[in-house]
Design a protein around this ligand. Sequence first.
Ligand SMILES: CC(C)(COP(=O)(O)OP(=O)(O)OC[C@H]1O[C@@H](n2cnc3c(N)ncnc32)[C@H](O)[C@@H]1OP(=O)(O)O)[C@@H](O)C(=O)NCCC(=O)NCCS
Length: 215
Amino acid sequence: MAAGYFKRFRMAADLLRIRRPAPLPSGYRFVPWNEALLDVHARTKYHAFRDEIDAVVFPCLGDPEGCRRLMREIRDKAGFLPLATWLIVRGDSPAAVDWCGTIQGVVDETGAGSIQNIGIVPGHRGIGLGTALIERALAGFRDWGAARATLEVTADNSGAVRLYQRLGFRRQRTVYKVVDGVAQRPACTAPAAVAAVASLFSGDGGLTRDGGHDW
Ligand SMILES: CC(C)(COP(=O)(O)OP(=O)(O)OC[C@H]1O[C@@H](n2cnc3c(N)ncnc32)[C@H](O)[C@@H]1OP(=O)(O)O)[C@@H](O)C(=O)NCCC(=O)NCCS
């Protein structure tokens, strides 16, 4: 079976230098973590990731049940941090709410805050929700007492890389994620992402068979 190699950046930010979280656009509001919202996080994650490159790198993100499993795994981690785990919703009545974004945070064994997944549902992007959600999670890490936050991002996800850089994250290392059978994944539910993968195979596009190394 052929394998794809995806280049990913590990990035870190100093939490002493973060700014106050940006206000949300009118009509949107933050919803804090609550165990009863695990499924809402999972569904929002699925809608945010299903057509994206990360659903190829991590196939569970392109599958509703995979997102549910992933959410349970994150919630069960020893360092799971409700303070850095948020949803964004639009609308007030239970019958007419739009779940627009999700982020989850974990404190790792070194005491750094680690962003797990941040996703904004298409249709709500480009108006500052991603920025606000990350800043909300970073404030949660800082309130917990962390001095540093980390994350990993697929190098080809240029919009996300730009967003993180703007928020103070800097590249620390490059790592490579091996994905089996990525070139022949006819049942993949991520057509845009599959096209992106095909373009990686046709050019250099950061695709490499080298192991991870420091920057
Ligand atoms: C990456 C992602 C979270 C960004 O979310 P977003 O809500 O679109 O982010 P923002 O709106 O804060 O910023 C996006 C762009 O809109 C711009 N923007 C923000 N507020 C704006 C406003 N009020 N008016 C105009 N533009 C605005 C930002 O400057 C940014 O521009 P850039 O792409 O040129 O840098 C989203 O695209 C996503 O969910 N992608 C799929 C999942 C994913 O890949 N997640 C990251 C995994 S590591």
